[in-house]
Every structure is written in C-alpha cells, then in structure tokens.
Ligand binder design. Structure first.
Ligand code: C2E
Ligand code: MG
Ligand code: MG
Length: 290
C-alpha cells in the first residue's frame, strides 16, 4: 500500500497485505534516521507590525526511498506509536541547532529564535532535558533562543507533563503552545504551565477574515494571551488581509505561505539573506523578539 505525501492511505482496509505493508513502513521508519533519510525544512516567523523575521520553525520531512518526500503527518503518528519519535526528535533538535548556529554566524546582527516541535511521547522521556542541554551547549545556542512547541492538549495532559515542561523552562528555554484553536477559554488551564508563547491555529487564522466567529476567537485569543503576559503567533497566514487584521488586533507575530513556505536549510538561508538585506541590525540580547 502506497502512502500519499499528505499522509493518507489510499485504502483504509486492514487486510493482511495492508498490515504487512505497515510493518515494512515501521521498519523503514525505525532505520530512517541512521540511513540519513530525514531532513529538516524551515519556515520563518515574522514579528508584527515590523514584518521582520525573528524566528524560524523546524519541520521534519522524510525522503523515503520509494514514496519520495513525506510530510510529518504521514509518519510522526507512526513514530509516536512505535517509539521511533525519540530518535527522530533528537535528530531534529540537533540538526536544527546546528543550522541555527550557522545562521547566527552568517547574520550576527539578526538573532533568530529556533522553534522545534516536541511530541507528547518525547516529554515522557527522561532524557529530553539532557538532550536539550547538550545541544544548546554543543552549538552555543542561548537557551532563550530555543522555543519548544507543544500542543495545548499535550501541555495540560498530566502533572508529570507539566512537571517536565517546568524542568525544561528551568533550563531557560521558551515553551510555546501550538495549535491553539476554538477553545480560547482553555488557555486559562495553562496557568500552571510555564508557557510564554501561544500559536493560533491556521484554521482559525484562515477564518478570521471570512466569518465573525473565527474573527472573534482570534481577537479573544490575542487579548486573553496578552492579559496572561503571553505573546501570540498567528500560524498559516496566507493573505495580506489576514495579516492586516492580525496587525489591527495586536498579534505579536505571523507565519505562513504569505511570507515563505517551509524550505530546505540552504533555501531558507538564501531567503533570509534577501529578507534581512537593508534591515537594521539588532543587539544579540534581543533574542526572542515578537
Ligand atoms: P505545526 O507545528 O502546526 O506546523 C505548521 C504546519 O502548517 C506545517 O505543516 C507547515 O508546513 C504548515 N503551514 C505553514 N504555513 C502554512 C500556510 O500558510 N498554509 C497552510 N495550508 N499550511 C501552512 P507540516 O510541515 O506538514 O507539519 C505538520 C505537523 O507535523 C506540524 O504542525 C507538527 O505538529 C508536526 N511536526 C513537524 N515537524 C515535527 C517534528 O520535528 N517533531 C514533531 N514531534 N512533530 C513535528
Ligand atoms: Mg509547530
Ligand atoms: Mg498545526
């Protein structure tokens, strides 16, 4: 059974042939990191209203030998089920810290925060804190320039998870809540989590200029986050009218195809060169500037 690059399977049947194909896929995934088949693409985050790139999100892809470039939805859920996510997570963290160190050296006047997605299973792994500390030290990345993105459901899932996020925050890294959606009141459940950034889900952002409900929710998340002392990033901004609306309600930053699609490290570096040319330099201490 061939997997589509959007992560769906052409048939949903669980015939023996399908199960065998799934087992092959799982074995291939287990070996993908050591075979060098995973790559990290990067998408910029722009501060509003300056529209300057101040951060970059790392998004993993798998260059599968037969299926081609697979997006994370095609394999991250499988990796979470099989445990392969531990090796994948370590790889993404290390690779993206190395790339961030390169951009820091090539653009010393424009510090970029690095956003890395962390799955629930990684948070249950005792080694995550040590892994993060080791990467920060090896690539000389200041802790406040690393942003770990966890979903809202993951962040508030258990006292153990909240404790783990507390340990990570104690290292000085920044915690962001990803995919914040329709339930803006659920933000208050994060009062016990050491969160600094809220990312508004792209489905809400897409509707913010289309219907009054999404418009109200977007404004409410921004207002509520500000009241809680949190910064906001709007995800999936595709159009100028969405950007204008987000600026008008005081959203801190934006990310989306309007600015740049996720791209390999060299392409992102070239985009960054062009984007930053002519912009004033910043002092290195202004790390996570939204
Ligand atoms: P996410 O963290 O919410 O990432 C944003 C997703 O939206 C990315 O999809 C990105 O390519 C896409 N996107 C960005 N701007 C736009 C836009 O303007 N329009 C539209 N339609 N889409 C946009 P991608 O790369 O397929 O990643 C999907 C999800 O996979 C991520 O959602 C994240 O939850 C997960 N993921 C990605 N990389 C990693 C990783 O290294 N580790 C873990 N655990 N999960 C990851
Ligand atoms: Mg994310
Ligand atoms: Mg998302």
């Amino acid at each position: 059974m061939r997997r589509r690059t959007d992560g769906t399977l052409p048939t949903q049947g669980r015939q023996p042939a399908g199960q065998a194909a799934d087992a092959v896929f799982e074995r291939e995934l287990a070996a993908a990191v050591s075979r060098g088949e995973l790559v990290v693409h990067y998408q910029p985050v722009l501060s509003l209203p300056s529209r300057r790139c101040t951060a970059v999100e790392a998004l993993v892809r798998w260059v599968h030998p037969r299926h081609g470039l697979l997006l994370p939805d095609a394999f991250i859920p499988v990796a979470e089920r099989t445990g392969a996510i531990a090796a994948i997570g370590s790889f993404v963290l290390r690779r993206s810290c190395a790339d961030a160190a390169t951009w820091r050296d090539t653009h010393p006047g424009s510090p970029l925060a690095l956003h890395v997605n962390i799955s629930a299973l990684q948070l249950h792994d005792d080694r995550l804190g040590a892994d993060v500390s080791a990467c920060l030290a090896e690539f000389d990345v200041p802790p406040n320039q690393l942003v770990l993105e966890v979903t809202q459901a993951t962040a508030a899932s258990s006292p153990a998870t909240i404790g783990r996020l507390g340990e990570l925050a104690a290292l000085g890294v920044v915690i962001a809540i990803d995919d914040v959606g329709t339930d803006s009141s659920a933000l208050t459940t994060l009062a016990s989590v050491p969160v600094q950034i809220v990312k508004i889900d792209r489905s809400i952002v897409a509707g913010s200029t289309e219907n009054c409900l999404d418009r109200a929710v977007t404004a409410e998340v921004v207002t509520r986050a500000a009241a809680m002392g949190l910064r906001t990033i709007a995800a999936g901004v595709e159009r100028a009218d969405q950007q204008e609306y987000l600026e008008s309600i005081g959203a801190g930053a934006a990310q989306g195809y309007l600015y740049q699609r996720p791209a390999p490290a060299d392409e992102f570096g070239a985009w960054l060169d062009q984007h930053l040319s002519g912009l004033p330099t910043l002092v290195p201490d202004e790390a996570v500037i939204l």
